[in-house]
Structure formats: C-alpha cells, structure tokens
Design a protein around this ligand. Structure first.
Ligand SMILES: [Mn+2]
Length: 322
C-alpha cells in the first residue's frame, strides 16, 4: 500500500517535503511537476489507510480530488499558504493552512517540526521571494552574511529550476532534484558536494548569458519590447528576465514576445515598476489576454496583430502618444 508525497516542484515544495522526511523517513510515491502545475492531487489514487502528504499547492484548486481521497478513506496531511477556501472538517485531514503574506509552506512545516531543520526552511523562504521573513527566521542560526547569501542563492536556484512549460524544459525534474537533496540534512553540504547543485548553478548562468545577447525590437524611453525564440531556455527564463529588465529600468514598461511554432506570439507585459498600472488593460484588448495591473499576458497573439500590439503598447505607456 503506497503512501503519496505530493508537492509543488519549486523550492518551497521541495524543502517542505525534505524537512518532513528528515523528521519522518518514509517510502512514498512522489507526485510533483513544474511550478505552474498545481492540479497535482488528480494524479493520486489512494485507498483506505494510505497516507497522503500535500505541500505548497492550493487546496482550493485541488478541492474535488481532496474530497475524493477523503471519501476513499485516505489520511491526508496538508501544508500550504495559498488560498484554500473552505477546509473540510474531518479527523482524516490534518490541515496546516496559513495565507499570511510572510509565510510559505516550508515555514509552516518548520513551525510544525519546531525548527528541527530550519536551514532548509530559510532556503525555501528565499526561494519564495520572502527575503525579510527568510532573514528573520534565520537569526537563531547565527550565520554570517556570506553563509546567508549561499542559502539565498540555493533557494533562488531550486526555485528557478521549476520554471518551464513542461518537465522537459527543466534542468532537473523536481522529483529527481528532491531525491538528490534528500540525502543532505545540511544545505551547506549539498552546496559543497552535490553534482545537482553544479547543474543548477551552471544552467542558471547559461540561461542568463543567453538573455545578454538579446537586442530589443522596440527600444524607446518609456517602452521596450523583446522577441524571444521558442526554446526551452526562454520558457525557463521568462519571469526572471522580466524582473531583471524591470529592475534595470524601473520607469519603463516591458513586453516579452515569445515566437510560437505557428508564427504567433505568447506575450508577457510588465508595467513600469514605478507605476504598476495598465498591463491588464493593454492585454485585455486582445483575445486570450488577461492578468493584473502590474503584470499581464496574452496567451496567443496572432502574427498579423503584432503591429496592433506595438501601437497599443505605445498608447498605454508613452506620454507623447496619449
Ligand atoms: Mn510556496
């Protein structure tokens, strides 16, 4: 009778499971995926008496399958910080849900284990972009700035590894990365000794180097637009590249257009960091567009709408055009 460990493939999901299994080793079926693949419970077929552990994926997005597993008689332990909605009230479910802004799933596991594997929770908090929380919770470790920076880099690399459209895009599949990490109680030993760490670090550096060769197709004081080829590295780097551009030119709006096999584009828009507005309004002018004020996208912009998009982009962000 198998048990199931179901976890987001990012740093938070992996480090949450790692802490739990350091505390309580268990043979289990691993169910995970790329970061955006959060409908993971649908892959689980559990029966009465099976233990299912669920980490860092929204209960709201997995509600039907959670109910199915509870109905089947499984025992479920759940740690998460995303919106959950109503939490089923049954002794079969041990839910640790906290959606406050300064926690992540690994910090919830750390709380549950009373700090037993705190360095891995710090890694995860950095990976989830919770820099203040990571530094604060790390205080009892008494690390100097260089050691803390190593944990920050590790969190960033594990988190980055989960970005991609499919598992084939990733440098290391998350289940395999978890297995590599699972033999290290100490993250500093993982950094120093694991070939997987070298793979992550080299892969990240190579992807960044790719972006440095890119020239903007539109380069104006208030907007910049980049065309990206349809390749595994562009599917990995999109979010990180957008953040880099935004930090470098916080008054500018940026658009990344990834060429799709049919000649159209997948579009990602970031409003200027200094004025996070209009990205959703711009993208919603096109079919399959949507998002938030600061960051939005168009799933599929037909090739013959490219000029329309550039015109609308300029109209949204260039004062002279308004
Ligand atoms: Mn998380």
């Amino acid at each position: 009778m198998p048990d199931f460990d179901v976890f987001n493939g990012d740093a938070d999901g992996i480090c949450a499971l790692h802490q739990l299994r350091l505390a309580e080793p268990r043979e289990s079926v691993l169910v995970t995926g790329v970061k955006r693949d959060i409908a993971l419970l649908q892959q689980v077929e559990a029966v009465r008496g099976d233990a299912v552990t669920v980490l860092d994926i929204s209960m709201d997005k997995n509600r039907d399958d959670l109910q199915r597993l509870l109905n089947a008689g499984a025992q479920v332990q759940y740690f998460d910080h995303h919106f959950a909605g109503d939490i089923p009230d049954t002794p079969q479910l041990d839910a640790h849900i906290d959606t406050s802004a300064e926690v992540c799933s690994s910090l919830l596991v750390n709380r549950h284990l009373q700090g037993a594997y705190l360095p891995w929770a710090v890694v995860a908090a950095f990976g989830d972009n919770l820099f203040d929380a990571a530094r604060k919770v790390a205080e009892p470790l008494g690390l100097d700035a260089a050691a803390l920076a190593e944990l920050e880099q590790l969190g960033t690399l594990i988190n980055y590894n989960a970005y991609g459209v499919t598992l084939a895009d990733l440098h290391i599949a998350p289940a395999q990365l978890y297995r590599e990490i699972s033999s290290y109680a100490d993250p500093f030993a993982f950094i120093a000794q694991s070939p997987a760490y070298q793979t992550l670090a080299r892969g990240y550096a190579d992807d960044i180097a790719h972006t440095e060769a890119l020239q903007p197709a539109v380069d104006e004081p208030e907007i910049a637009l980049y065309l990206l080829p349809d390749a595994a590295w562009t599917r990995r780097i999109g979010g990180v590249f957008g953040n880099m551009l935004a930090r470098r030119a916080p008054a500018r709006a940026h658009a990344l257009l990834t060429l799709l096999p049919d000649g159209g584009y997948r579009v990602s828009v970031r409003a200027p960091l200094e004025n996070k507005a209009g990205a959703d309004e711009l993208c919603m002018q096109f079919p399959s567009g949507g998002g938030r004020k600061g960051a939005a996208g168009i799933n599929h912009l037909p090739a013959d709408r490219y000029d329309d998009f550039v015109r609308a982009f300029r109209a949204m962000y260039c004062k002279a055009a308004a």
